[in-house]
Design a protein. Structure first.
Length: 176
């Protein structure tokens, strides 16, 4: 009997995973990084829209990121340290879609602003509640002065940064 080989995830040398003051584990910069520094690719098992709809996600930690082509990446299955970027209403990072040479859609994380070694790295999840759940069902614990209190996308972007960060949010509320 042979064991199936599991694809090794790509390294993320500019971040380390450690306990977060915001939520569980977080991703932290390993060195000073200028704005728009590449942090790593979001990796994991890919699901088609039909596969994701058929899955039972109850009682599981999920690290799901839906791409604009409908595929969903589950960072819990074969992912790397990028899956530990927590939410903040004042993010210092963003997720950006890019195609590789073979035409496969990738999701890369990069800094939005300069960050210092040891800083926790955050993205704005910009979630939407398709089931009509209230904002209180998605509490935010980022603690910034203008925290929305929820990880849901703002109804109207109040700042240019919010508008830019949530501009490419897809219909599932996940950054594209």
């Amino acid at each position: 009997m042979t064991k199936a080989r599991q694809k090794k995830s790509s390294p993320t040398p500019y971040l380390r995973v450690a306990q977060s003051g915001v939520h569980g584990l977080g991703a932290f910069a390993t060195r000073d990084l200028p704005a728009f520094s590449f942090l790593g690719l979001y990796e994991g098992r890919r699901y088609s829209p039909a596969e994701i709809a058929a899955r039972d996600w109850n009682d599981q930690l999920t690290y799901l990121f839906t791409l604009s082509n409908g595929e969903t990446i589950d960072g819990a299955k074969g992912g790397n340290g990028t899956r530990h970027l927590n939410h903040s209403c004042e993010p210092n990072c963003e997720a950006v879609e890019e195609y590789d040479e073979a035409g496969r859609l990738l999701l890369k994380f990069q800094t939005l602003v300069a960050v210092e070694a040891g800083d926790e790295l955050f993205i704005d999840y910009c979630l939407t509640a398709d089931d009509g759940s209230p904002a209180s069902a998605y509490p935010c614990h980022c603690g910034v002065s203008h925290c929305r209190g929820s990880m849901l996308a703002p109804v109207e972007a109040e700042t240019e940064v919010e508008a830019a960060v949530c501009a490419s949010t897809d219909e599932d509320g996940l950054r594209a």
